[in-house]
Design a protein around this ligand. Structure first.
Ligand code: PLP
Length: 329
């Protein structure tokens, strides 16, 4: 077994570890997207997961793989969003201390959201980088274990359990469409999907405004990209210049990648609400957007992962009522 990849065995083990600790989310057919695609399209409603996103799977698997000594010391993470929520919830459930580091620019409601899940919040500096430095300092000084959002074995294996569930619920699946940022989600899912169905097509979708994995694959090595505010805010951030797992796994396992503009993402949030009756954040809606835009050639029997629900509801309200919203920085 290679040290720098995640295997089907890791994912099957994650599934046993996670049993009873996460929701097994439903896979439901979409009449309107099936009509648009000309073949059956199903939606995996992972936005209904506890904490509102799939990040709970990886974070819970990582926390439960700590040694008793590590668990007694606790975990630290850097995230104002879905990973922070997932990690806080996972740590609380395991009775472990959790510290989430954030910059001073983070709005009050996000801080309160993470504190409500039982985590300590440390506010430092003016950027994500400053928060990262503080998290590393705490890890060194207090023995807290850093749990990264995507480039970690147990995190990737936890997200991979989504691939197992999709094949069980839709054995005839031909194409799986997955939101893509750091690649932990798609790497784990693609490993499971290809192990169970070697010819399944795995397609990553991300936004034009900061497509770090897309540009890195094109360059043949991890690169940094300029980031702009996007409706798909959970897809921001780089892949790490010292990326260990996800860059190589995406290269090995992902068949296609597509980019989306802001208007298409907004349209997909509207579609999810009015046609599917689901509240989805921008990052969670990119799979729908790719199908609506006709980016996927002959999709066949398709599963689209809806990855998260954590959108500001005032913004959501404006979008579904047809406003053109420019995302704030
Ligand atoms: C984190 C996240 C993603 C992207 O996951 P990666 O593992 O970084 O590729 C997609 N959608 C939502 C809602 C997320 O929170």
């Amino acid at each position: 077994m290679s040290d720098d990849t995640v295997t089907m065995e890791d994912i099957e083990e994650a599934r046993t570890t996670l049993a009873g600790r996460i929701v097994r989310t439903p896979l439901v057919p979409s009449a309107s997207l099936s009509a648009r695609a000309g073949s059956p399209v199903h939606l995996k409603l992972e936005q209904l997961q506890i904490t509102g996103s799939f990040k709970l799977r990886g974070a819970t698997n990582a926390v439960l793989h700590l040694s008793p000594e590590e668990r007694a010391r606790g975990v630290v993470g850097v995230s104002t969003g879905n990973h922070g929520r997932g990690l806080a919830h996972a740590a609380k459930a395991a009775g472990a201390r959790c510290v989430i580091c954030m910059s001073r620019l983070v709005p009050r409601n996000k801080i309160e959201g993470i504190e409500a899940l039982g985590a300590e919040v440390r506010i430092v500096g003016n950027s994500q980088d400053d928060a990262q430095v503080e998290a590393e300092r705490l890890a060194a000084a207090q023995g807290l274990v850093m749990v990264p959002p995507f480039d970690q074995r147990h995190v990737i294996a936890g997200q991979g359990t989504l691939g197992l569930e999709i094949v069980e619920d839709l054995p005839q699946v031909e194409t799986v469409v997955v939101p893509l940022s750091g690649g932990g989600l798609i790497a784990g899912m693609a490993r499971a999907l290809k192990a169970l169905k070697a010819d399944a097509r795995v397609i990553g979708v991300t936004m034009e405004r900061g497509a770090a994995m897309y540009q890195s694959q094109k360059a043949g090595r991890p690169v940094e990209v300029e980031e702009l505010p996007s409706l798909a805010d959970a897809l921001g951030g780089g892949i790490g210049l010292d990326n260990r797992y996800t860059f190589a796994m995406v290269r090995e396992l992902v068949d296609e990648m597509h980019l989306l503009g802001e208007a298409a993402i907004a349209e997909a949030i509207r579609h999810a609400y009015w046609q599917e009756r689901q509240v989805i954040e921008g990052s969670g809606a990119v799979g729908i957007a790719a199908l609506q835009a006709g980016l996927i050639d002959e999709p066949g029997v398709t599963a689209v992962l809806l990855s998260g629900a954590n959108i500001d509801m005032t913004l959501h309200n404006r979008l579904i009522n047809g406003e053109d919203v420019e995302p704030a920085a």
